[in-house]
Structures are given as C-alpha cells and as structure tokens.
Write a protein of this length. Structure first.
Length: 100
C-alpha cells in the first residue's frame, strides 16, 4: 500500500446566512496521506460519479484526524464525499464518491 497522496480532511459547518437560513461551509481538519483506489462508476441523474476506496492510517475515536461518513476529502480541486469507514488493524478504509 502506497500512501502517497495528500488529502485534506474537511467537515461541514452550517452557519446562519442572516436571512433565516443556513449556509454550509467546509473547515479543514488536517492533511492525511492516503492510498487511493478507483472503483466502479455509477450514474447519478445523468452524471458519472466515481466510487473510490481511500485508505489512511488509523486514528483513535474522537481524534480530528479520524474520518467519518459525512465528511469529505479534498485533493486540489477534486472533492470526495465519504460515505463509509471500515477499520483495519492499522488503517481506516473510506468508501467515497467523487463529486462532480
């Protein structure tokens, strides 16, 4: 396994927009080195969405460096929404989809 890609882990923050609604902003939690494997591509409303497995080093529960479903990874202009996390012996494997 080659963890040779720097991925920024981000979490959503909803803030008031001043008009009674909320605005979603993303806050960086840190950069994790990852191994990225491409998976299947599926069609979502006519848009091809790539599924991936992103593996990072394990982190304890509650640590800001531990990815969770609902967060996302960013690599430059590419964004990967985390849909699930599986725990290995020394790694965490995130199932993610690339956002168009």
């Amino acid at each position: 396994m080659r963890m040779n890609r720097a991925m920024v882990l981000e979490e959503a923050m909803d803030t008031p927009d001043g008009a009674g609604g909320r605005v979603r902003r993303w806050r960086a939690l840190g950069t994790l080195w990852a191994d990225v494997l491409a998976g299947a591509v599926r069609d979502v409303d006519g848009v091809a969405v790539g599924m991936l497995k992103i593996t990072v080093r394990a982190a304890p529960f509650g640590a800001p460096s531990r990815p969770m479903a609902g967060q996302r990874f960013r690599e430059g202009s590419r964004v990967f929404r985390i849909t699930g996390v599986a725990e290995g012996e020394r790694t965490l494997t995130c199932t993610a989809e690339e956002m168009p």
